[in-house]
Design a protein around this ligand. Structure first.
Ligand SMILES: Cc1ncc(COP(=O)(O)O)c(C=O)c1O
Ligand SMILES: [Zn+2]
Length: 366
């Protein structure tokens, strides 16, 4: 049986709990005793991320009515040491579709009728699209700086949009107030651990496509939905004996919003309040990551290096990618900008690196 377990007090809840978090305030993790990861158990006839459903904590066929063919993005070599995984090739043009497809599968399974969620845009796009597919009403909160195209897309899927005057963190506060006031289901990609059950397929795919992992992975780090999914998948692959060790992991923050960098530099066990300024990497502009302590613990445990993207190198990185045929959004170009700086320095890693192109360029054009 699968269920939630509070990350703070350890209390157990069933997956049909409608609460955003434990009564003690702690966030839920998922407990699931499924089969060990094994390529033999991948459903090779299913051409979406649901080919990995044997390793996910639900066992029903409702995903068939929801799937938009998300996942299975190609991995493309850019140069001798650099590969990109094309996660902008998704139904709503970002990697968030992986998490949203899994989360809305849960919502459909437990009979949720209406959800609310806050987002810098891409997760809102993804949740709105899968809610449309599932016939679930949806309200998305976004900060005022969100790209207009993302807002238009959310509305096109039939969701209502509340634009919050303030930062991404204040947007989350506004959404949570409404969730608490009206008892809505909080389909948060940060609170609800089902989202990570989807994002973990990013790593499964790399392993299935290449039969091994690269020496290095670059992963964006705002709230850490891809980061946590990847770390979960790595733990699963390691305990299944499919890999002997983790790749070296580089987590990317914006130099204008880098709470994890500040934590690591200060040797802290919790994420400090940091001064932030507006960045074109809107997707990683998270000053108060709600799973900060869990992420920090993983950073220390696995020697993850936190690197930053300089604001004035994001546009050039985006242009570089475009000249390679890849039109990425600014937040994705930030991954590349940080990687280029790493490779130009004295701590450039050996071996291949895979970098995600997580969002499509058209979405962040004004
Ligand atoms: C394109 C893109 N990349 C990276 C991220 C960062 O994801 P997370 O905040 O889950 O770490 C986001 C989040 O919205 C995004 O839209
Ligand atoms: Zn608790």
């Amino acid at each position: 049986m699968s269920g939630y377990r509070c990350s703070s007090c350890g209390k157990s809840y069933s997956l049909d709990a409608l609460l955003p978090h434990c009564s003690c305030g702690g966030l839920f993790d998922i407990e699931h005793a499924g089969p060990a990861f094994n390529l033999e158990l991948v459903d090779k006839d299913e051409w979406s991320m649901f080919r990995y459903r044997r390793f996910m904590p639900l066992d029903n066929e409702l995903w068939r009515d929801l799937s938009l063919g998300e996942g299975l993005s190609p991995t493309v070599r850019l140069d001798e040491r650099t590969l990109v995984k094309m996660d902008y090739m998704m139904p709503t043009l970002s990697f968030k579709d992986r998490g949203a497809a899994a989360l809305i599968w849960l919502c459909k399974t437990i009979g949720v009728r209406k959800v609310a969620q806050d987002s810098s845009g891409n997760a809102g796009n993804a949740v709105a699209a899968y809610c449309a597919r599932a016939g679930i009403a949806c309200e998305i909160f976004v900060p005022e700086a969100t790209s207009p195209k993302k807002i238009a897309m959310i509305r096109a899927h039939g969701a209502s949009v509340t634009i919050v005057r303030g930062t991404r963190d204040q947007t989350a506060d506004a959404c949570r107030e409404k969730v608490a006031r009206e008892g809505l289901y909080y389909a948060s990609h940060v609170y609800n651990p089902f989202f990570y059950e989807g994002t973990k397929t990013y790593l499964y795919e790399i392993f299935e496509q290449r039969k091994a992992l690269p020496a290095n992975l670059v992963i964006p780090l705002g709230n850490g939905t891809l980061f946590l999914g990847v770390m979960k998948a790595l733990a699963e692959l390691k305990s299944a004996g499919a890999i002997a060790r983790y790749p070296r992991i580089y987590a990317v923050q914006s130099e204008r919003c880098a709470p994890f960098k500040a934590a690591v530099e200060g040797g802290l066990s919790s994420v400090p309040a940091v001064d932030i300024t507006q960045t074109m990497a809107e997707g990683i502009a998270i000053g108060r990551p709600m799973r900060g302590e869990a992420i920090l613990k993983l950073i220390y445990e696995h020697g993850v290096r936190v690197i930053t993207a300089k604001e004035d190198s994001i546009a050039a990185a985006r242009e570089y990618l475009a000249r390679m045929g890849i039109y990425a959004e600014h937040t994705s170009a930030a991954n590349f900008a940080a990687y280029q700086e790493l490779m130009a320095g004295t701590e450039a890693p050996e071996g291949d690196t895979i970098i995600p192109v997580c969002g499509a360029g058209l979405k962040s054009d004004k």
